[in-house]
Design a protein around this ligand. Structure first.
Ligand code: NAD
Length: 470
């Protein structure tokens, strides 16, 4: 595998002129690559290239854009093995999950390709016609995190292109290599300057948020960074979609069939080693089933094979970076000191790599950090409740609201309760299931705006009302 380390600006490969930074393999702590961040002048070049390309790209036909997005999906498919290997090496997840991420990137690209941009007719009479069209915004800046780096880049870029925008994207400095490859593939299909990539951390992300030539920022990442972006975006009233952190609650209703749902709870809580924005991060269980749930989850956790994602048989990889690992350790230690009981896992694995085994924590309550804060790692606190209203109240007592779930054999009752949850998506008998056709976004401090579906596509457009007097 020869890894491309260059940025792509106006169809040309360029090496960053600012500071060098290393990309680490979290399973081995070895340096996978040393990259160079973009200078501010290079960011300006990328924005100028996107502005120039927008002049004609905005008038490309729907059919052309659809065809090009399908060609991009073909290229991702043709390079799936290499992309998956890059994702495992820099992100850490097991190979089967990296393959699923590449598959997701293909599915979302094809879905965006097939979307139509509606024209809404408000009035059509002998003397007047009023219609609402949806025009592209111009240059879209995409800033992505390190957990699902390839898929989230596609989530941002594919609909932006479909709607007729051009793009400057910046991957996380922790996982930039898959995005470099992706943009290289896209540039084999698209005219020069339509999609550009710059490298770097917060300094380049901050410069993008302030840049007068960028018309919208689509950001996926933490709430504090989202707040900074929102402040900077005020300078030219950039449009924003902010997909921020969550601390999703799941409620198991009494009389649930625990044997039937335990695997689903585990998978959605520990998806990507828990490093998933809409993972189940707090589980509320009725007194009557508390011990049974804890036991069932512990059994599944203990059956995981924790290791390097490239090794056959690995089901559970490392935490992606040391900062996140330390946060997990800190929250688990805090819980222990406050009387919580660790049922399995509970400490970093000795030796090389950022491994932390799947961990279930019992005897925890709201008010403890492991419940109140987003752990974004392989730990699930299980909280007892005695009546369902109390569980809903505890679930909603959070400043964030991305997802939530209710689990029960009584689907109608579960839906009633799910609708009381303060979150952007409420699942019944599931969690963390994001789909290309279902709008997804947060409420409260989890951000605003949605991705996916037609509602997601329209966030990359500006409505224009055309009022015609015949
Ligand atoms: P982060 O906010 O630290 O970084 C995300 C991106 O923002 C990176 O590319 C980073 O370089 C950039 N950045 C950092 N400082 C910046 C600044 N001042 N201005 C502009 N950009 C800046 O987040 P992270 O640690 O990479 O990701 C984890 C967080 O992301 C978690 O809270 C998780 O819940 C959230 N997340 C949310 C979703 C969602 O869809 N809602 C999806 C995935 C992750």
């Amino acid at each position: 595998m020869t890894t491309n380390l260059d940025m792509l600006i106006k169809g040309e490969k360029v090496t960053g002129q600012a500071a060098a930074f290393d990309v680490l393999n979290p399973a081995t702590e070895e340096v996978v690559a040393s990259c160079h961040a973009a200078s501010e002048a290079q960011l300006n070049d990328a924005v100028s290239a996107a502005q120039e390309a927008f002049k004609s790209w905005q008038y490309s036909t729907d059919d052309d854009r659809k065809a090009m997005l399908h060609q991009i999906a073909d290229k991702i498919e043709a390079n799936a093995a290499e992309l998956a290997e890059i994702v495992v090496k820099e992100q850490g997840k097991p190979m089967f999950l990296a393959q699923a991420e590449v598959g997701g990137a293909v599915a979302w690209t094809r879905y965006a390709a097939e979307l139509d941009i509606p024209v809404e007719v408000i009035e059509d009479t002998d003397t007047k016609r009023i219609e609402v069209q949806h025009k592209p915004l111009g240059v879209v800046g995409s800033i992505t995190p390190w957990n699902w780096p390839l898929m989230i880049a596609i989530w941002h870029i594919a609909p932006a292109l479909r709607a007729g925008n051009t793009v400057v994207c910046k991957p996380s400095e922790l996982t930039p290599l898959n995005t470099l490859k992706l943009i290289e593939l896209m540039n084999e299909v698209l005219p020069a300057g339509v999609v550009n990539v710059v490298l770097g951390g917060g300094e380049i992300g901050g410069a993008m948020s302030e840049h007068q030539g960028i018309n919208k920022i689509i950001f996926t990442g933490s709430t504090p960074t989202g707040q900074k972006i929102m402040r900077s975006a005020a300078s030219n009233l950039k449009r924003l979609t902010l997909e921020l952190g969550g601390n999703d609650a799941g409620i198991i209703l009494p009389d649930s069939n625990i044997a039937a749902i335990a695997e689903g709870i585990f998978q959605t809580a520990f998806l990507n080693m828990g490093q998933t924005c809409a993972a189940l991060k707090r589980l509320y269980v009725h007194d009557s089933q508390y011990d049974e749930v804890c036991q069932a989850l512990t059994t599944i956790c203990e059956a995981q094979s924790v290791g390097n994602g490239l090794h056959e048989g690995t089901t559970f990889g490392p935490v992606q970076n040391v900062m996140q690992l330390n946060k997990v350790v800190e929250l688990v230690e805090d819980a222990k000191q406050n009387g919580a009981k660790v049922l399995c896992g509970g400490a970093k694995t000795e030796g090389v790599g950022y491994f932390f085994p799947p961990t279930i924590i019992a005897d925890v309550t709201n008010g403890m950090r492991i419940v109140d804060e987003e752990q974004f790692g392989p730990v699930l606190p299980v909280i007892r409740y005695s009546d369902v209203d109390q569980a809903v109240e505890m679930a909603n007592s959070s400043s964030v609201g991305l997802g939530g779930s209710v689990w029960s054999t009584d689907v109608a009752k579960a839906q009633q309760i799910a609708q009381k949850l303060e979150c952007g998506t409420a699942w019944v008998n599931g969690h963390a299931e994001v789909l290309p056709h279902a709008p997804f976004g947060g409420c409260k401090m989890s951000g605003f705006g949605v991705e996916f579906g037609q509602a997601g596509l329209l966030e990359y457009t500006q409505p224009q009302t055309i009022n015609i007097n015949k």
